[in-house]
Design a protein around this ligand. Structure first.
Ligand code: AGP
Length: 614
């Protein structure tokens, strides 16, 4: 939440910062602002609303040229999303400018102390205390890096901070505790940002900052220390995607591009993991085969869409690997007393690797001595560094706030892990694992096939744009698919949407069915006869009560035709893999319906892509 950019070099900082913010807007779009250092003074501009509003301000009143600056795009926590609360925040004398991502938990006490000393505040934010604390430190003669270290030692909570001092045009300083911050190393210029996307057009050489580190960015170098000023170890890496991956590439929305990229994303996530002998090789997981043999229970923790991937993982793990598997919303996990031992494998699923709820659950699990593996899409993010092992999804950058291609690649990752555990523990014969892996390898073309037939789904979505409510039903792995379909519709179309296990319907939710209510039903493959026939009965039950049935079933499934007001066919695949094809129409449906309502599907209201506060 909140996007941060800092720049020092030879280019126009305003341009670099605003372009960087445009690539970080997915992190929050309640307001945007920037500060430049100009001849011993700060030039600041900030505006509530999306970045476009700030751009207008900058066009109307262009700030003076500068080669050092910082910028911020906000997802509001403390204080309404208005102009005064927009970042950057400055001190009383207008000498120091600060931007912030996270929450400073002890801000009230710090603010009270500063008010007593006569500091004047211009916003309701927790961030502003940092500007005034820095004011005191630079006022006492400390250079900005040391001032930042001294201030950070007093802060509690999770935060990333970046600051400039008008009286020192040669340094940008950043600090990191929990919230993400990466350095981009250029030639005679350096960058700081919440995500490499902000500087990818300038450099692909990045430095991942660790916990409780302060970075000093100068034109000719980068110095990282801990909060005591001792040199800190950092991890340098090269970003393996380029600027085109972070652009819309001719699509109206990132989400449309990301939906279309799914066949490639699925293929890339499989790449290099299937040996020529048909065996799976997941050495990068950093968990040994012996350790996997010792596991007696798996717990999956995740949020939102990643949680839905976790629910599907449970079916795959229990079926293939024969291990008990629990799935829990990460924000609940550490507030009960989960029973964890050294033989528990915790799998954290997170696209961003930064969701605070999941990160805290990971830390809790590690404190309880469980082994923790994460499935993550972002190299250089926090979770892979803090877990025992990681399996990266190779979806490429996902900019749309609604997760699409990363969900499909998370599914691929959980299938790979489940099959790998089965291979290692011998719970399935080698040829059974091989056969399933071969089927997995055909999934990119199956997903492609679904995408080619989405015309009627788009038409259907447009016809339902004025509905007030849509229900989603599924059984087995179709149930998490239903939940995911409902989440997509809620977050993009702002409509009432709910997913249910079809078997639960008669236990209450069936009371919601009324004449004409659209109900989308995910039907399992015919091969799972019992499941299949039960859901066909459920379709009849809701239809008898007036529901408008929209049925997603495998191609050639004639049994559902009489009960489907609309039939969406997907390629025939084994039951466990069906979410890979059945989710795609639901993504397209929500995207199209939301677009028909005039919504910006890349930036739905109230949301941010990385939820870095609890
Ligand atoms: C999905 O469309 C959402 N934007 C959201 O539920 C997301 O999946 C969730 O916040 C978890 O994020 P993560 O995977 O980055 O941890």
């Amino acid at each position: 939440m909140c996007g941060i950019v800092g720049y020092i070099g030879g280019k126009q900082a305003q341009q670099v910062v605003v372009d960087g913010l445009a690539r970080l807007e997915y992190r929050g779009y309640d307001s945007a602002g920037l500060a430049l250092v100009v001849d011993g003074k700060l030039a600041t501009a900030k505006k509530a609303g999306k970045l476009v509003n700030l751009r207008k301000v900058l066009e109307e009143e262009p700030p003076p040229a500068s080669t050092i600056g910082l910028g911020h795009t906000r997802w509001a926590t403390h204080g309404a999303p208005n102009d005064p609360n927009a970042h950057p925040h400055v001190d009383c004398g207008g000498r120091v400018a600060v931007i912030h991502n996270g929450i400073i938990e002890n801000f009230a006490a710090l603010k009270a102390g500063l008010l007593e000393k006569g500091h004047v505040f211009g916003s309701e934010t927790d961030t502003e205390v940092v500007a005034h604390l820095l004011e005191e430190e630079v006022g006492a003669g400390h250079e900005l890096p040391e001032a930042m270290r001294r201030v950070c030692r007093r802060l509690e909570g999770a935060y990333t901070l970046v600051a400039v001092d008008a009286q020192d045009p040669d340094v940008v300083v950043g600090a990191r505790r929990n919230s993400p911050l990466v350095v981009g190393k250029g030639d005679g210029e350096n960058f700081l940002a919440s995500d490499v996307a902000a500087f990818i057009e300038h450099t692909r050489d990045a430095v991942e900052l660790g916990q409780d580190q302060v970075v000093e960015l100068r034109r000719d170098g980068v110095t990282v220390t801990d909060y005591e000023g001792r040199p800190a170890e950092v991890h340098e890496y090269h970003v393996d995607w380029d600027v085109s991956a972070a652009e819309k590439g001719g699509y109206d929305y990132f989400m449309l591009k990301e939906i279309a990229e799914q066949p490639r994303a699925v293929a890339d996530t499989l790449l290099g993991r299937i040996g020529s002998d048909g065996r799976l090789h997941l050495d990068e997981m950093r968990i040994t085969d012996q350790q996997l043999r010792e596991i007696d229970k798996i717990i999956i923790i995740a949020c939102g869409t990643s949680y839905h991937a976790g629910l599907i993982a449970k079916y795959a793990i229990e079926h293939w690997a024969g291990l008990p598997c629990e799935v829990e919303v990460a924000s609940e996990f550490r507030y009960r007393d989960p029973i964890l031992t050294r033989s528990t494998l915790v799998i954290a699923i997170s696209q961003s690797g930064e969701s605070m709820d999941t990160l805290m659950a990971v830390r809790h699990a590690r404190e309880q001595k469980a082994r923790v593996l994460c499935i993550c899409n972002v190299n250089g993010s926090t979770m892979p560094r803090e877990c025992d092992g990681v399996l990266y999804t190779h979806a490429g950058p996902e900019v749309g706030v609604a997760a699409t291609k990363t969900f499909l690649t998370q599914l691929v990752a959980v299938y790979l892990i489940a099959l790998y555990i089965a291979q290692v523990r011998g719970t399935k014969w080698g040829d059974e694992v091989f056969a399933m892996v071969q089927l997995l390898a055909t999934m990119p073309e199956k997903v492609e096939k679904v995408l080619e037939t989405m015309g009627p789904v788009r038409e259907l979505a447009r016809s339902l744009a004025n509905e007030r409510s849509v229900l989603f039903l599924g059984r087995h792995v179709g149930f998490p698919v239903a939940l995911e379909g409902a989440l997509k519709l809620k977050e993009l179309a702002y409509m009432h949407a709910e997913g249910f296990a079809a078997g639960e319907l008669k236990h209450g939710p069936i009371a919601l069915i009324e004449e004409g209510l659209p109900v989308i039903v995910v039907v399992p493959p015919r091969a799972r006869e019992v499941l299949h026939d039960k859901i066909v009965s459920n379709i009849q039950e809701i239809r008898a009560r007036g529901a408008r049935t929209i049925v997603i079933a495998e191609e050639g499934d004639d049994t559902v035709v009489p009960y489907s007001d609309t039939l969406i066919e997907v390629p025939a695949v084994p039951t466990l893999l069906q979410p890979l094809v059945a989710t795609v129409p639901l993504q397209v449906f929500s995207c199209e319906l939301a677009t028909a309502k005039g919504h910006d599907v890349d930036q739905p209201r109230n949301l941010a892509k990385s939820v870095t506060v609890e």
